[in-house]
Design a protein around this ligand. Structure first.
Ligand code: PMV
Length: 361
């Protein structure tokens, strides 16, 4: 009997960024990271997997276009690993019929621009891993942590999309990657008024894919070493505390500082990598000016009281994600839309300021 399943997985956007691999084949990171998983109602990858004895080879369609399924080494690896897990379970459980020799057809679509710095590889590989696990009949036989470990081998950040809410990916120390897994810091109901506004400045594919960019950064950036050793460990701890205590000001400051440092590290790479564009920089200035309206000034700079209203973060692309509280969304969208008016012919997903996405389901 053929099996066919369709699943979807959401995007996650990091507030402490992963950038750098200590093992490029197992996809083990040089630092821990932390993200928020957005609601599936908004940005998602939907993947259909069919396993059929009539198929003579594995095939893959991405956004409606057939790709060479053997050329995508990361995908091949995830498929192989899942088949191996299935075989192992089959050997232990005689009620599981032998499926591992059967070929699969995989069809995956994103409802948002692919490879434009909007975490399409995270949702894509999370959906792929989950979908294949379901089609192989093993999704309920392995833990989410194990699924996360498998998804990590497709795209590092994908390991965080297997969980909702606030998710940490602990870098781990084991050479085999067994402890490099994602775990939930707080679930999607924890901070219900936290929202993510996705401001699409450009839907073009990025010039430097993250894998190539990370490698160059590892080889050439001194600032990355400083970040890994002296910044991220403390920031991970501080931002987790901010999340647990729902301390928006602390959360916002760490989020913006981490995004700034990630892009500084890109600039410190040689030759430099630039993901931000003029629109991105204009968003940073706009958010800074807006936040300054709520900062109580004092003669002593150290005692100025911050009252952040919006926190920007940028992945490997020019598009901004603003983490904001729900009560401020109408005002912030009004300001963004007044500052960056949409062209008359703009598509809903491709201009700045309209695509409001929500965290917290
Ligand atoms: O998982 P990758 O290889 O697509 O890399 C993701 C890198 C960033 O999005 C920039 C940061 C992150 O932690 O998601």
């Amino acid at each position: 009997m053929p099996t066919q399943v369709t699943v979807s997985a959401p995007v996650n956007i990091a507030v402490v960024k992963y950038w750098g691999k200590r093992d490029t084949s197992l996809l083990l990171p040089t630092n821990s990271s932390l993200s928020l998983t957005l609601s599936q109602d908004d940005l998602r990858s939907t993947t259909t997997v069919r396993i059929d004895a009539l198929f003579n080879k594995d095939r893959l369609w991405l956004n409606g276009k057939e790709e060479d399924a053997t050329a995508n080494k990361r995908m091949v690896r995830v498929v192989q690993e899942l088949r191996a897990v299935r075989k192992e379970l089959q050997n232990k459980d005689s009620s599981l019929e032998a499926l591992d020799e059967q070929k699969m057809h995989i069809c995956s679509e994103n409802n948002f621009p692919t490879a434009a710095g909007l975490a399409s590889s995270a949702s894509g590989f999370a959906a792929l891993t989950f979908g294949i696990a379901h089609a192989l009949g093993i999704a309920d036989k392995i833990s989410t942590a194990d699924l996360s470990r498998l998804a990590r081998q497709g795209s590092g950040s994908a390991c965080r999309s297997l969980f909702g809410g606030f998710v940490a990916w602990n870098m781990g120390i084991n050479p085999d990657g067994s402890d490099s897994v994602a775990e939930q810091v707080a679930d999607e109901k924890h901070w219900p008024d936290m929202e993510a506004l996705v401001l699409v400045a450009s839907d073009a594919r990025k010039d430097t894919p993250s894998t190539a960019g990370m490698q160059l950064t590892i080889e050439t950036s001194d600032l990355l070493r400083e970040r890994i050793a002296n910044v991220v460990p403390q920031r991970m701890s501080d931002i987790k505390t901010a999340i647990v205590n729902k301390n928006y000001d602390a959360f916002a400051e760490h989020t913006m500082r981490d995004s700034n440092q990630f892009h500084a590290v890109c600039l410190d790479t040689f030759p430099p990598i630039t993901y931000l564009n003029d629109v991105s920089r204009a968003v940073i200035h706009l958010v800074t000016a807006y936040n300054n309206l709520f900062t109580e000034k004092s003669d002593n700079a150290a005692s100025s009281k911050k009252g952040y209203r919006a926190a920007y973060t940028f992945d490997a692309g020019p598009n901004a994600v603003l983490y904001v509280r729900r009560e401020h969304v109408p005002e912030i969208l009004a300001i963004v839309n007044a500052t960056f008016p949409a062209p008359a012919d703009a598509d809903k997903q491709t201009y700045l300021g309209r695509a409001a996405q929500y965290v917290g389901q």
